[in-house]
Design a protein around this ligand. Structure first.
Ligand SMILES: C[S@@+](CC[C@H](N)C(=O)[O-])C[C@H]1O[C@@H](n2cnc3c(N)ncnc32)[C@H](O)[C@@H]1O
Ligand SMILES: [Zn+2]
Length: 273
């Protein structure tokens, strides 16, 4: 694996024993769980950035129960179809989707700004190169990736363009308009549909949309599942506490998760003659 970039001097890093090093002598040790922290002080804005440990735990419990497996399968099918060899998962969290994607590529890198999420991910799967880092400076070399993925995570467009090969792909997953509608109805007086197309507009200068698919997962949630789902989505913070409490004490909830998958291809740069 020779795709990692030194966050200090931007040269390539090589792994020797348990240390990633560049030619300039900057070095980054593997943590005991097997990930590397490339989030250097210069790029840091907060002490514990990204998702909180509670959100990470809730998401892990919810996802490992298999509720979002239809999305994972749909993403795997796309990888089987396009067969990219190098993949960078941006905002990989505790790696539920990253691990599944790893099985379909040669080199798979997962990056997340939340150290506690990457720690959990690394324990579960040593076949992914797990990195604590930021989307603002993606931890891989220019033109090195055949696909970047961002599932419910930031989409740092300029950095994605930098690290993608010519013709590289970018897979984005974001809530579809009706995502968890019944749950949001219970939380808010007025429910605004999600607007996934805004990502297509945002990326349209540099990326061509080549596939668009909505995946629905009808769910029957028990009380603990409802609580986990609430803890992993941003909805709960915006809701009135009494509405949230009412939802959290329900015995069961029928709700449909609805995911928008977009696959983009980097547009060919037109250089002046
Ligand atoms: C909603 S979670 C999605 C996690 C994972 N992709 C999944 O679907 O299970 C968003 C993730 O983005 C990470 N994140 C937020 N800002 C980031 C940044 N600037 N750079 C890298 N990761 C970031 C968070 O720590 C969190 O793990
Ligand atoms: Zn260096």
């Amino acid at each position: 694996m020779q795709w990692l970039m030194c966050p200090v001097c931007r040269e390539n890093l090589s792994l020797n024993e348990r240390t990633w090093r560049c030619q300039q002598g900057h070095s980054f040790d593997l943590a005991k769980q097997g990930y590397v922290n490339l989030h250097v002080v210069q790029h840091k804005h907060s002490k514990q950035p990204g998702d909180t440990p509670e959100a990470v735990d809730a998401r892990r419990a919810f996802l490992s129960a298999g509720f979002y497996a239809p999305l994972r399968t749909a993403v795997e099918t796309i990888l089987q179809q396009y067969q990219p060899k190098t993949l960078l998962d941006i905002g990989c969290g505790e790696g539920y989707y990253t691990q599944a994607m790893q099985a379909h590529v040669q080199d798979c890198i997962g990056v997340d700004i939340a150290k506690n999420a990457v720690q959990r991910a690394a324990k579960a799967n040593p076949n992914v190169t797990w990195v604590v880092g930021t989307g603002a400076v993606l931890p891989v070399l220019d033109g090195s990736m055949e696909i970047c993925t961002s599932l419910f995570s930031p989409i740092p467009q300029q950095e994605i363009l930098r690290v993608l090969k010519e013709d590289g792909l970018c897979l984005v997953v974001t809530p579809a308009p009706q995502h968890l509608y019944a749950m949001r109805e219970a939380l808010f007086d007025q429910v605004n549909p999600h607007e996934p197309e805004k990502f297509v507009n945002q990326l349209s200068d540099a990326f061509e949309l080549i596939e668009s698919q909505v995946v629905d997962a009808p769910l029957l949630l028990k009380q603990q599942d409802i609580q986990n789902l609430l803890a992993m989505t941003p909805y709960a913070y915006k809701a009135k506490p009494e509405k949230r409490q009412a939802l959290e004490t329900l015995a069961e909830l029928h709700v449909t998760a609805s995911f928008q998958i977009y696959l983009f291809k980097k547009k060919v740069e037109i250089t002046a003659a």
